[in-house]
Design a binder for this molecule. Structure first.
Ligand code: PLP
Length: 387
């Protein structure tokens, strides 16, 4: 049986080059970069090199990169740190389709004295920029809008968003966890104030991330208790993982073109094949403005989980946009915000590719998926059966 991994928006394989780069920091260079002695101190220059590698991928200055433990921490620090730096109770703007890493902290702060505007999206997952413009007030501490959606892959027009937010003199944070490494990003051209990224979405291990903070942006730290990261993020640095993140960012830059040409072509072939061979299937999200690796499709009248289980039996890993981790059949908040009809929201499946996928992977999925869908439609209580 073949193994096909199409769940790269959930997590990615650690690249062999990344493992190679990080390994010496477990068994040779395991000192503490803050130590005064040479044994520890020599590690510091490697951490600084990793900072440069991360900064280079997004056009930042290395001094603007703060290493964190994950994308979730970066999102929390950006939103909470900006609100606290402004003295607490204030206004936050976000969208209804953010990842919970950002949405939950916004809602938490709303329950603790802030006011919150959650911008809606249309049926294609697009924002109304006029609504964004009119939501901004002199009390807005931070606007947190993702660069690309983890479920549908829909890319928000971040240049226009940044222009609007900066014209209003407000701070813009973007959760770019799904965009970094897949799309060209240059913070010298796009006036974002803060940007979150996560290692395990770009072939580094789970448990490391970074927050870009533009020079001059006022953000309070989330973690207190040490001088690390220039006092912006206390805690002894996770050196091997920081090295891994640096190397993964370097590789992501080298593979960017491949991502947008070869991986996109694979994704498009998968999409065309599914649309051709499966009845009553629709693509969720704006196909014109979408990550090159992501395909989210809704199969009408069948349960996404059943498709996933049958795919899993064949060695194919994808994910469902419809269920939450608790196992309840609560539909995805992203698809609900888009108004995806009930009949296909439950049958939504996300395929997310990486540079490690091949044409043979696509052939394998396309060989099996029509039969799976046919079988499930036969037993679906929602489809009309011949009398
Ligand atoms: N933001 C987005 C858009 C994501 O897709 C994810 C993870 O799926 C996160 C934030 C959280 O990142 P991490 O898993 O590194 O905490």
């Amino acid at each position: 049986m073949r193994n096909v991994y199409f769940d790269n928006n959930a997590t990615t394989m650690v690249a062999p080059e990344v493992i190679e780069a990080m390994t010496p920091f477990f068994d040779e260079l395991w000192g503490n970069p803050s130590s005064m002695h040479t044994f520890g101190g020599q590690v510091k220059k490697h951490v600084e090199h990793a900072r440069l590698q991360v900064a280079s991928l997004i056009g930042a200055d290395p001094s603007e990169i703060v290493f964190t433990s994950c994308g979730t921490e970066s999102d929390n620090m950006a939103v909470r740190g900006a609100v606290e730096a402004r003295g607490g109770h204030s206004h936050i703007v976000t969208t209804r389709v953010e990842h919970p890493a950002a949405l939950s902290v916004c809602r938490y702060l709303a329950n603790h004295g802030c006011t919150l505007t959650e911008l809606g999206v249309d049926s294609q997952g697009r924002l109304d920029l006029d609504e964004l413009r009119s939501s901004l007030t002199s009390d807005t501490a931070v606007v947190s809008i993702m660069w690309a959606n983890n479920e549908t892959g829909v890319i928000f027009p971040i240049d226009e968003i940044a222009k609007i937010v900066k014209e209003a003199g407000r701070i813009l944070h973007t959760d770019a966890v799904q965009a970094v490494g897949k799309l060209p990003i240059d913070v010298r051209k796009t006036p974002i104030d803060m940007l979150s990224l996560s290692g395990h979405k770009l072939h580094a291990p789970k448990g490391v991330g970074a927050l870009y903070i533009r020079k001059g942006t006022r953000v309070n730290p989330l973690l207190l208790g040490g001088h690390q990261e220039k006092g912006k993020r206390a805690g002894t640095e996770n050196v091997p993982y920081i090295i891994a993140l640096g190397r993964a960012c370097e590789l992501a830059g080298e593979h960017m073109e491949e991502q947008s040409v070869r991986v996109e072509a694979l994704r498009d072939r998968l999409e065309a094949g599914i649309l051709q061979t499966c009845p009553s299937v629709t693509v969720n999200g704006d196909r014109q403005h979408r990550l090159p690796n992501t395909l989210d499709v809704g199969f009408k009248h069948i349960e996404g989980e059943s498709i996933l289980l049958m795919l899993d039996d064949l060695g194919i890993a994808a994910s469902s946009g419809s269920a939450c981790t608790s196992g309840s059949l609560e539909p995805s908040h992203v698809l609900r915000a888009m108004g995806v009809p009930f009949t296909s929201v439950h049958g939504s499946i996300r395929f997310s590719l990486s540079r490690y996928n091949t044409d043979e992977d696509i052939d394998y999925v396309l060989e099996h998926i029509p039969r799976i869908v046919e079988r499930l439609l036969e037993i679906s209580p929602f489809t009309e059966k011949p009398a």
